[in-house]
Design a protein around this ligand. Structure first.
Ligand code: COA
Length: 261
């Protein structure tokens, strides 16, 4: 399928999605949300794709935010619908049972920081800058930023960053736990693929269960108890061929070969 605002390439079962509006620093307009929504469905259904990278086109930005040009004509009801739409697409990323990692290659501001935070974890290049500068516009984050930044860096730092609108650079993002690794810009995608290759060598059902249980932990277990979910998910793994293969291979002192069954 073709997506007007995204570039897609798949290699070794890893699909790289590149948000492709470099002249607007990859700002998220309605079309990007439509394309992201659709591509996530297509990826979920595509057996050839086992994991995903999200990055931005050009050397300067991952995503510099929601498209501010779309804000000027909105009334309250429309603004709420926009925030809900953004949150729903980002929930789809967060709840994907296939791993989705952000490779942040420059500015990740506003909706860009929120997009990165909706991914399962993040790597960034040395020139990356993160921030929620919405207060500069008389706004607050609307695509989950008030919640996910708080989950990732803690209440005090989240308050400071969202009240001052200040950006943090790659090393501070690393120190805060906002990103897991910092690399050179040239090495960013290779390093991300290296990590996904390790993940892809594990049992896919187990990976999906890890994602579900950890999401329940940080979401405060809305309607769900994370410990109970862990018990059920642990049990579910015992019904998979991959669990039998993994435990048998260990006992037979050989490398497990997982099939996703
Ligand atoms: N929405 C819409 N357009 C955006 C944008 C956004 N969030 N971020 C950047 N752009 C556009 C600029 O308007 C400019 O377009 P133009 O060339 O047609 O005038 C182009 O992208 C390049 O941006 P520019 O501001 O010239 O680059 P810069 O290097 O001087 O500054 C930033 C880079 C990221 C600091 C600056 O673009 C910025 O502050 N962007 C907005 C960040 C923000 O507030 N995000 C949260 C939105 S809720």
């Amino acid at each position: 399928m073709n997506y007007a605002t995204l570039l897609l390439s798949t290699e070794n079962n890893i699909c790289t999605i590149t948000v492709n509006r470099p002249d607007k620093l990859n700002a998220l307009n309605k079309d990007v949300f439509t394309d992201l929504d659709n591509v996530l469905d297509d990826i979920a259904a595509d057996e050839n794709i086992r994991s995903v990278i999200i990055t931005g086109a050009g050397p300067k930005a991952f995503v510099a935010g929601a498209d501010i040009a779309e804000f000027s004509s909105l009334d309250k009801k429309e603004a709420m619908a926009l925030a809900k739409r953004g949150q729903d697409v980002f929930f789809k990323i967060e709840n994907s049972y296939k791993p989705i990692i952000a490779a942040v290659n420059g500015f990740a501001l506003g909706g860009g920081c929120e997009l990165a935070m909706a991914c399962h974890f993040r790597l960034c290049s040395e020139n990356a800058k993160f921030g929620q500068p919405e207060v500069n516009l008389g706004l607050i984050p609307g695509y989950g930023g008030t919640q996910r930044l708080t989950q990732l860096v803690g209440k005090g730092k989240s308050m400071e960053l969202q009240m001052t609108g200040q950006m943090v650079d790659a090393n501070e993002a690393l120190a805060l736990g906002l990103v897991n690794h910092v690399t050179s810009a040239e090495n960013l995608l290779d390093k991300t693929k290296e990590i996904l290759t390790v993940i892809q060598s594990k049992a896919p059902v187990a990976i999906a269960k890890v994602i579900g249980c950890i999401n329940t932990a940080v979401a405060g277990g809305i309607g769900e108890n994370g410990y109970e979910k862990e018990v059920t998910s642990f049990g579910d793994c015992f019904e998979t061929a991959d669990m039998k293969e993994g435990t048998t291979a260990f006992l037979e002192k050989r490398k497990a070969v997982f099939t996703g069954k």
